[in-house]
Each structure stands twice: as C-alpha cells, then as structure tokens.
Design a protein around this ligand. Structure first.
Ligand code: ADP
Ligand code: MG
Length: 703
C-alpha cells in the first residue's frame, strides 16, 4: 500500500462505498488524507448517566435500548425518542421534527449524545442532542476525545472515513510526503509541518491542534493560489502589447466629452488605465463597482483612448442579453462623443453594425462574414459580443484592449485566443465585475490583477427605499406595491434561495417555488395584473420572451429565481420584492436590489423575512441602511463566514481556504511570501516542490 494506490487494492469496499467515494472524488489514500473534516464533535465533557445533573451540557455514551417515532397529537409534529443506557443508568433523548433519527439509531447501537440535560416526569432527558454512532467506546482512541466529522455521502460515513484514515496512517505513514511549503515560511508564521498537520486535522488531541492544522492548510492554499496568479502575471508582463497613447492633459478633454460629471472614482479608474496603457506590457486590471456605479463609462473611456490610437477593442459579455445591452450603451455613448466609431455586435444569433446608412440612428443586421471582414481589416474598431468573440474565425487587425464583463476568471488561455494571430502582442485586459467581494478574496482570486474600485454612485441618483417587512406587514406592503404598479411601474418578485446539497433538486425546487408564487400572486393578491415568470428550466427563447414581455410592459410582475440574469436593465421596474430574505447573503441581496433604481422613478426594495430572530433583523438592518456592496460583503464575511460569498467553487477555493479569508493578516502574509518567491526565483529553481505543485495546479483546484 502506498499513498497513491487506489482504495480497491487495500480496502474491501461495497458497491455503495465505491459509489460514495467516487461521488466525493476520492480515489487514493492520498486523496483521503487530504479530505478534511468539516467539524469536530467534542467529548471532553463526557459523564456517566448516574453523575448527570439538570442543566449539564455534556456527552453521554450509551447503548440504544428503545427507539420509536411518533407524532404530537395537535400539531402532527414528528418526534423521535430513544432511551439509552450505560452501566450506571438510563437517559431519554427526544428529537422534534427529525423523524429520521429513530430510523438511523437502532436498538443495540452504541451512541454518543451531546446536549443539555433536563429533568422531566420520567427522569433525565436531553432534547435535540447531537449524536454520533460509535462502533465501541474504544473507537474514540485512547485519550482522543475529539471526533472528526467529515462531509458524508450515501455509503460513506464519518465513521468509515475515520477508520480508513487510521488504517492509512498505520500502514503507509506520512514519510512519503514532502512539505511543499518552505521551512522558513513555516517557521516565520508558526505553522505546523505537513505531516503534523495531517495528524492534527484527522486526529486532534485538543481543539488547538485542529485549529493549527486548518490554519496551515488555509495558508498553504491561499499561498499557492496567489503564487499561481502572480506567476501568470509575471508571464503576462513579459509579453508586449500595443501602445495606447493618451497624454495626461488629454484626459481632461476626454472627461469633458461625457454628458455628465464623472464621479471621482470613475476619473481615478480612467487615469489608472491611461497609466497602464503607457507601459509596454499588457494591462491586467479589475474594475469592481456596484451595479449602477458607471462601469460602462470607464469602459467607453478606455475604448476611446484605444480608438484614438487607431487600435481595436473587444468587449465580451456573459450572455446575449447583456451583449445587446452593452452594444446599445456603447452606441449611446459613442454617438454623443463627437468622434463616432463603427461598432459591431456578434452573438450566436447574428451580427449587427452601427451606424448604418439605411437606418439612421439604428443598428442594422449584417452578415457574419461581412462583420468578420471589417473586423479583420480594422474598419470596425469596436466589437461587442458573447463567447462568440473568441471563436477562431474572429480575427482582429490590431486588438489592443479586451474588456470582459462579469466573468469570474478570464484565463490567460482565453486572453491568448483573443490576441492577434499575426503579431506577438497580447491585448490589455480590463475585467469588470459588480460582485462586491472582500479585499481578502480580491487579493487571492484576482491576485494577478490590479484593482480599481468604483465605490460611489453618480450624483443625483435616487436612493432605493429599502424596507424589511416582517410577516405581519405583508398585506400593507402588497397594497403599496399595488399603488406603484397601478401608476404604471413594474415589479420583480424574487423567490427564496433554497438550501439543498443536491444541485438538481435545488433547481427543481426553485422552479416549483417560482411557478407556485406566480400562481398565488395572480390568484390571491394581484388578479388585476399580468404576472410573468423567469426560471432556470426555461429555454433561452422562452426566457427572452418573458424578459421582452416584461420590458414591453405586457407583464406587470415578473416572478423569478435569484439566479437569473443579474445584469438586466429595465428602468420601468421600480420594485423588487425579495422573499425569504434571511436566506440570502447581504451582498447578494444588494445585487438583487440593484435591478431597480435604474430609471427616473423612485424605486423600492421590499425584503420579506420569514424569521424574526434578532440576528436576522440585525443583518437586514445593515442592508436597509444601505451600505455599499463592499461593506456588506465584509460584514457578511465576518458575521456569517465565507459561505456567504457564494461558495468557494466559483473562485476555485476550498472550504478551508475560504475560512482564511476572514483573516486579512494571513492573506497578506501569504501574498508577501509568494511575492518574495516570484521576485527572487520566478522559475522556482530553488523550490522544485512548488514548481511541481503549480504544474499540477489543475488537480488542486486552481483555474
Ligand atoms: P454599471 O456599473 O452597473 O455597468 P452603467 O455603466 O450601466 O453601470 O451606468 C448606469 C447608469 O448611470 C447609466 O445610465 C449611465 O449613463 C449613468 N452614469 C454613469 N456614470 C454617471 C455619472 N458620472 N453621472 C451620472 N450618470 C452616470
Ligand atoms: Mg454594467
């Protein structure tokens, strides 16, 4: 048995276990060692039943003597009840609304129950305790009173994982493993070695062992992501790009071309871009700004500098709807800027060009071959589109700038695809996002990009009036909404986010929620209005139809899931009603709110909470008081943890890594160390383990 040998060779596995392991992505012993517990059960306060006293918070080990499920007679609430005994006495345990508990615990099972002890008519009992089946009391290991709990799946229990880890540690040991983190770095930040950390994380003797191990793995992950990003950046900086000319004195002229006063942060961002353009290597910049903060104006200014230098810009949007929208705003801006430019649009549904001789003031459809010809000969200097932009058939004459909207990562590979085939130059990159993320995440996930923030909204913008509505306020909120809609406005209704481990199921449940809510609103609340729907199971054509009906005002209310088309712009929609608001992260609520407040009318955001708990109300208060997106993201990160950032998957960061994002010092330390290494030894000659790790990067979730 070695760390790389597949389980089948060393473990006798049932089919269910094989499936479970495959589902968890675990193939080898090594994989298992790096499959970390999500939490620990503490048994340090263990007591014998005879020693219990009312109010104790403690753990009892015992054998299940009775188990049954019943229902309360009034509310029909399911109750699971068991009785356990140790050699000193009997203890009852009850679980409310958890009928499955009695099915999981059978007579004869050995269990550990942890909870608060109460006294009732028939002696001591504990309600809703956490429980853990244990094969025998000794399974906890000598002295070890902390039991790791792993993310489980059908067929693979924490108990099996503990057993397997034990066996691997005994049979193979950790001597094969070499620590990829330099010793100096470990020493400097007091981080345990790889081998110690693996033992600590799977078999902690005390709480602080597990913490030290998690800290080390978090640091390691953040360090390697940053190293990978900085390496990419160093590669890009070696390349050449087109020189875009824009003297500082010309900038003021450029600013004055806009029909409004640019905000300070817009001006600063444009200045930073102009400075980047002066350097002879490609820009890599992230422009982060709330919805409505005016990112398009910055993109237009950058495109304008490029245009004036006789060069080309490509602007890529994530969906057709958004590409169309950007095309229209670019036309709007460029027809106002005294020097108009030809602008092309390419999506899989067709191509368009502006201006047009036939149809003054309007874009005209043109053939793809015509568009591609004009892009290749430079006649069309600005091309907007979807992913269609990076097809091979699209060739630019001299592409100097690539603008990317709302793509979580735009890899070096994609960037190279955009580069001109004839020259060795690669385009400057301006990546834009409205997703407000905390600084720690920006430093990590976007470690290869320079950051410009648009942290203020243009002047004169009407603030969206936000209200948190408790269950009793629902009717009067509907009345206010009715008034607005009767006055000609429109409303979005967002159904609550459903938490479910299974993604398929989430989707199905969300679709169901949307359909039911649309039906309910039409039937019971707003029979006089037209109610439309938008959800993930609709075909692209159906979605477009639903949106266009809403845009045209054919439907008054659009009921949608939270995931659909974040960037859509419907100025007449002035109300957004969010159901189950406590289930959303604040920054997500903030983004949803940004779908209104885009026109001349006063806009409203109603957040309906199902729970009145103080924590819920406090969070919603922070939201109502209208902090900007960055503050809300930081607030959520500190208050609810990294889970609120929408899951690490989209950033390529594991749960352990995401935990580290709460710790700015650690993230900065990882950055400092990775910068040092890149500067001192960019090819990692002195660090073969680092080189290897980065080469295998894909496996360990970078990119
Ligand atoms: P986003 O950052 O969400 O992409 P947009 O660029 O679409 O925002 O801008 C939103 C609206 O604000 C547009 O209608 C735009 O014309 C307007 N706008 C942008 N900058 C300013 C400004 N400095 N002053 C006034 N209005 C502005
Ligand atoms: Mg935008």
């Amino acid at each position: 048995m070695t760390l790389n040998s597949p389980f089948e060779e060393n473990f006798r596995l049932t089919e269910r276990q094989k499936d479970g392991l495959a589902k968890l992505g675990l193939k080898t012993s090594r994989d298992l060692l790096f499959y970390f517990p999500s939490r620990y059960e503490h048994f340090s306060e263990r007591k014998n039943i005879i020693d219990l006293a009312e109010g104790d918070k403690t753990t009892v080990f015992g054998e299940v003597l009775e188990a049954e499920t019943s229902k309360t007679w009034r509310k029909k609430m399911a109750i699971s009840e068991i009785t356990v005994g140790d050699n000193t006495g009997l203890l009852n345990a009850v679980w409310f609304r958890q009928p499955y508990v009695a099915k999981m615990l059978k007579i004869g099972d050995k269990v550990a129950l942890t909870g608060k002890i109460s006294i009732g008519k028939s002696g001591f009992y504990v309600s809703n305790p956490s429980f853990e089946k244990i094969s025998s009391y000794e399974a906890l290991g000598e002295g070890s009173m902390i039991l790791p709990i792993y993310p489980e799946t059908v067929g693979i229990t924490s108990r099996w994982l503990r057993f397997a880890v034990d066996r691997i540690l005994k049979k193979v040991g950790l001597t094969e493993l070499q620590d990829p983190l330099p010793e100096k770095v470990l020493a400097k930040y007091h981080l345990p070695s790889l081998a110690s950390s693996l033992i600590y994380i799977h078999k902690p003797q005390k709480e602080s062992d597990a913490q030290a191990a998690r800290k080390r793995f978090a640091f390691e992950e953040i360090f390697f992501i940053q190293l990978a990003r900085l390496k990419q950046r160093a590669e890009v900086e070696k390349k050449h790009s087109y020189a875009v000319k824009c003297a500082p004195e010309e900038l003021e002229n450029l600013f004055s071309l806009f029909p409004f006063q640019l905000t300070n942060s817009q001006e600063n961002s444009i200045r930073a871009i102009a400075e980047d353009f002066q350097k002879n290597h490609p820009m890599s910049r992230l422009l982060e700004g709330d919805v409505g903060s005016g990112k398009t104006a910055v993109a237009v200014a950058a495109s304008f500098m490029v245009l004036n230098s006789g060069l080309q810009t490509a602007y890529m949007a994530p969906t057709e709807i958004l590409a169309e929208q950007h095309f229209k705003s670019f036309i709007g801006y460029f027809s106002q800027l005294r020097r108009p430019a030809k602008i092309g649009l390419i999506t899989s549904s067709g191509c368009k060009k502006f201006p047009s001789k036939v149809n003054v003031g309007q874009p005209t459809p043109i053939s793809k071959s015509q568009l591609l010809k004009w892009v290749e000969n430079g006649e069309i200097p600005i091309l907007i589109g979807t992913h269609s932009l990076i097809q091979e058939s699209v060739r630019f004459k001299n592409l100097a700038l690539a603008i990317i909207d709302e793509q979580h990562r735009f890899g070096t590979g994609q960037r190279a695809l955009l580069a001109s085939q004839k020259s060795d130059k690669i385009p400057h990159l301006l990546s834009m996002t409205a997703t407000p993320i905390p600084r720690t995440l920006a430093l990590t996930a976007y470690g290869d990009l320079d950051l410009s923030l648009l942290d203020e909204l243009p002047q004169g913008r009407k603030k969206i009036i936000t209200r948190a509505i408790s269950p009793s306020g629902r009717d009067s909120a509907y009345e206010e909404i009715r008034k607005e809609i009767s006055a000609g406005r429109q409303a979005f209704v967002i159904c609550p986010r459903i938490d479910e481990p299974d993604e398929e199921k989430i989707n199905a449940l969300n679709v169901k929620a949307v359909k039911e809510e649309a039906k309910r609103l039409k039937k019971e609340i707003f029979p006089e209005f037209e109610v439309g729907m938008l959800h993930g199971k609709m075909l692209p054509k159906e979605k477009e139809e639903a949106l266009s009906d809403f845009k045209k005002g054919k439907t008054n209310i659009l009921v949608a899931t939270s995931v659909v088309e974040v960037g859509i712009d419907i100025p007449n929609a002035t109300i957004i009603l969010i159901e189950g608001a406590e289930r959303f992260g604040l920054s997500q609520l903030h983004q949803l709110r940004g779908r209104v407040g885009r026109g001349e009318h006063q806009s409203y955001c109603y957040v309906f909470a199902e729970s009145k708990s103080q924590k819920t109300m406090e969070r919603l208060k922070a939201f109502v008081e209208g902090k900007n997106g960055f503050e809300l993201a930081e607030y959520d990160l500190q208050l609810r943890g990294a889970g609120e950032l929408g899951g690490g998957k989209q950033w390529g960061i594991s749960d352990v890594g995401m935990e580290a994002l709460r710790n700015i010092k650690m993230v900065e330390a990882a950055r400092e160390e990775s910068q040092k290494i890149i500067k001192d030894d960019p090819e990692f000659k002195k660090y073969p383990l680092i080189a290897e790790r980065l080469k295998n990067g894909k496996k360990i979730h970078f990119e």
